[in-house]
Structures are given as C-alpha cells and as structure tokens.
Design a protein around this ligand. Structure first.
Ligand SMILES: *Cc1c(COP(=O)(O)O)cnc(C)c1O
Length: 218
C-alpha cells in the first residue's frame, strides 16, 4: 500500500464511525526501514513517525530533522529507565509508560529538564507474560498515581495478542481510558487500524502497510 491509500482508509474509517478525520493521528512506524524509504514518506509531506528503540531513533532522526524541519516523533517500544532522558530529549510522545519506576524516573527528569513528552500508559490487555504494559486490573491505580505525579498522561496504548480478535482488546482499552477521563487511545497497526478507529483510536501506529515489510538483518 502507499501513504495516500492508508490516509484514505483512515478518512473512510472516520467517516463510517462518524468521527472527524483530524481526530486520528497517523504514526508512520519507520523502525528498521532503510533511510531511503523513510525519505520517500518525508518527501510526500508526512511528519509524524514512530520508532521502537531509542538508539535507532537517535541515529536516524536528528539528521532527518536537519533536512526536513520539525518532525513529530513517537516512541512506541519498551523503554528502559536508563534511556528515559534520551527518549525525552528526542520524542514528542512516549507510548510505553508501563511501571511505577519508569513513571518516577520520567517525573524526576521532567522537573529537571522543564519539559516532558506526551505520555501514553501501555496496558497489557491480553495479560501476556512476554509483553510489556501494566495489567488491566492495575491500570486505574497506575493511571491515578502517574497523574498525581503531574505527568502529562494523554491516554492509553495496547498491542493485542496476535492470535486474538483485536476488537475485544481495543474495546477494553477504550473502557479503561473513559472511566479514567483519558482521551487518547494509541491502538491499531497495519492489519487492524480500521477496527481500532471504529472503536475510538486517536493514534494509529502503521508500519509495514506504508513502508513494506521490515527486513531484519541477521
Ligand atoms: C512495529 C510496531 C507497529 C507497526 O506494526 P505494523 O504491523 O508494521 O503496522 C505498531 N506498534 C508497535 C508497538 C510496533 O512495535
């Protein structure tokens, strides 16, 4: 697919759901993609991207920002506390706040730096052992604690289990967000962003459908 066809599909989904098109932000997930492919998307005017790893983002985006100007960067991968400062310097949003220790670290750094990216709390809706995120049962408390630290929590994020119907997970995430007064919902990837938009996604994270398959080097 192409950037324009994804943008068109997002607009269609918004229309069907009775939502405004500018209610949904398209995060083009550029992790692992060659710079030439990323540049093609920048050349088409897109300015909102997602990366999984702080190190990869740090190696890639400063140069693109020099060449293209302001770019909104979203970090969507697991974040170690010792990378938090670099993440906060690089990104406009972090989607993977998932534990108290990371929250206190970000709060301390935000004080020190006088700035903080928008934050999304990751919820492990499928309760999978291998996946990051707070458990649904712990979410209300964690959200309240993070807000009490004055952190700019904008919403919630989830990655549904690969072998389950994603709509159940999107609906659960939307329910937890609503009862905590949070508006942002980071949910939906290449295979399910239309479903996510129908269920209220405000940020969809689309990689391979825009850039093509990721080729991981051995
Ligand atoms: C890689 C990744 C995506 C994009 O996945 P695609 O299936 O390529 O669209 C979205 N969200 C997260 C957290 C990812 O790691």
């Amino acid at each position: 697919m192409s950037l324009t066809s994804i943008q068109g599909a997002i607009a269609d989904s918004c229309l069907k759901a009775g939502r405004a098109v500018d209610d949904v932000t398209l995060i083009a997930v550029s992790k692992v993609q060659p710079n030439a492919r990323v540049a093609q998307i920048l050349d088409q005017g897109h300015r909102c991207f997602g990366e999984n790893k702080v190190q990869e983002a740090a190696g890639k985006w400063p140069a693109f920002r020099e060449a293209y100007g302001q770019i909104e960067l979203h970090l969507i991968g697991p974040l170690q506390t010792n990378k938090a400062r670099q993440a906060m310097e690089l990104a406009q949003a972090i989607h993977t706040l998932d534990r108290p220790k990371l929250a206190t670290t970000i709060a301390r750094l935000a004080q020190e730096m006088g700035q903080c990216p928008d934050l999304f709390i990751q919820v492990n809706t499928g309760e999978e052992d291998q996946k990051a995120g707070c458990l649904p049962a712990d979410a209300d408390t964690f959200i309240k604690d993070a807000l009490a630290m004055d952190l700019p929590v904008r919403g919630l994020m989830c990655i549904p289990p690969v072998d389950e119907e994603p709509s159940l997970h999107f609906a659960l995430l939307a329910k937890i967000a609503a009862r905590n007064g949070l508006k942002g919902l980071s949910m939906g990837m290449s295979s399910d962003f239309e479903t996510a938009i129908a269920l209220g996604a405000t940020h969809v994270r689309v990689g391979s459908a825009i850039f093509g398959d990721r080729i991981y080097e051995q």
